[in-house]
Design a protein around this ligand. Structure first.
Ligand SMILES: [Zn+2]
Length: 201
């Protein structure tokens, strides 16, 4: 596994890309990764993902105690709930991408049968009922949806979450999630057509 400094730099790089894509307006969004069996590294609260510094990231135990200095993201409890329930997950990305948020805010299920990359890399994307951002209810609302193998989630009227076996995978899944949502909106205007069943592989 990459050392802590490498992971800090990788999270800041992903934060800049997510910000540049318009997925993290104001201070929205949070990113985390497992450091070892008992600790995670997570983005701080109230910092734009566009200009986060590696030394601002916060180390936390899996029971939610900050190790050292800093104030962790207000959605840290959601990240911890994911790590608690899904032993295979090593990284979590949560942002507010505009097209995916449109699906989350309209109660429309994201179609995963329009593009082969969404079918292959995301699979079915459940929508979790609304909970006020930053509260325990976000984590509690997500818990039932963590049973099973979903790797991407829409948070009702809020945003999107992806998980992965490393930071790159969780981040790429978020790119694909937002791309899928944008394509689904465009296809809705033109008239959507699913991938033929016998060609899905
Ligand atoms: Zn959020």
């Amino acid at each position: 596994m990459m050392d802590s400094e490498g992971l800090r730099n990788e999270i800041c790089g992903i934060g800049r890309r997510l910000w540049a894509m318009g997925h993290t307006p104001a201070n929205a969004g949070n990113i985390s990764v497992r450091l070892d069996a008992g600790r995670i590294l997570i983005t701080p609260t109230c910092v734009s993902k566009g200009d986060m510094r590696p030394d601002e990231l916060v180390v936390m135990t899996l029971d939610g105690q900050v190790v050292g200095t800093g104030q962790a993201s207000s959605e840290a409890r959601m990240h911890l709930a994911i790590y608690e329930q899904r032993a295979e997950v090593v990284a979590v990305v949560h942002v507010h991408p505009p097209a995916a948020c449109g699906f989350a805010a309209s109660g429309t299920t994201l179609p995963c049968d329009l593009l082969s990359e969404s079918a292959d890399l995301l699979g079915a994307v459940p929508t979790v009922p609304f909970a006020r951002p930053g509260t325990d209810e976000v984590a509690e609302g997500l818990r039932p949806y963590l049973v099973g193998s979903a790797v991407a989630f829409l948070l009702g009227n809020h945003g999107a979450v992806t998980v992965g076996s490393d930071l790159r995978e969780a981040y790429h899944r978020m790119e694909i999630l937002e791309h899928t949502a944008q394509v689904a909106l465009n296809a809705q205007i033109l008239g959507p057509r699913s991938i033929p069943i016998d060609s899905r592989g």
